[in-house]
Write a new protein. Structure first.
Length: 108
């Protein structure tokens, strides 16, 4: 059974409201098309290359720590974070971060 990414985002935003995030934090959809269908959700602390390898093509990676935070001004494939974003997009995988908003939610 598949659901739309937008439907999963709505559930995540209700459970972990973005308004609860600290001002410096970066939460929410990092990459992915909300209209895409999802068959799986993989949960991890960090979006590392090894973790991304475990996410099925077309799946969502729900990461606690944001991939893109302070000081990131490019997602060029020649940078480590950019290369990861490009890998996610090319394989139809999505990335969503819930950090301080998840920490502050009840239950968090």
């Amino acid at each position: 059974m598949s659901v739309r990414l937008a439907d999963v985002i709505a559930v995540l935003d209700e459970a972990y409201p973005p308004r609860l995030a600290q001002a410096w934090d970066s939460v929410g959809l990092v990459c992915g098309d909300p209209d895409d269908a999802l068959d799986s959700v993989t949960i991890a602390i960090d979006a590392t290359p090894a973790v991304v390898d475990e996410v099925p093509d077309g799946g969502l990676l729900l990461a606690h720590h944001p991939l893109l935070l302070r000081g990131v001004d490019t997602v060029a494939a020649s940078t480590p974070k950019g290369a990861l974003v490009h890998r996610l997009i090319r394989s139809g995988r999505s990335l969503f971060a819930a950090h301080t908003n998840a920490d502050s939610a009840s239950p968090g």
